[in-house]
Unconditional design. Sequence first.
Length: 137
Amino acid sequence: MNTQSLYKTEVSIKGGSNAHLSSADRKIDLELRLPEALGGPGGATNAEQLFAAAFAACLSSAISAAAAEGPLKMPTSPEITAEVELGRADTGAYHMGVRLNVSLPGMPADEAERLVTRAREIWPWHSPESVTLTIEN
């Protein structure tokens, strides 16, 4: 499969769990703090919140793209809520669970189901093999 690049962005973080995060264009420029529930100081956004926001925003875009293909129309006030839960297995490994709640008011249930199904087919995060992780020292 050949893929054409449509958009590329860059975000950097400096400082570990309590850090500063910024995008290359500075549209994102914020402090990150480990949540109090994880032993951190809290008082700022955290990585899990950003992960949830990214998942919800990406799925929202996929739903819009699916609707643009037709014949189903995008509802006027779609809402996606992402719940992210960080857990730890008895092996010591961390695990992240994501639950996405999609509300498409005014759309019949069968149409909403078809639209979300199509969105999941074209959504880049739906397929684990579409995510590449590179670690540089």
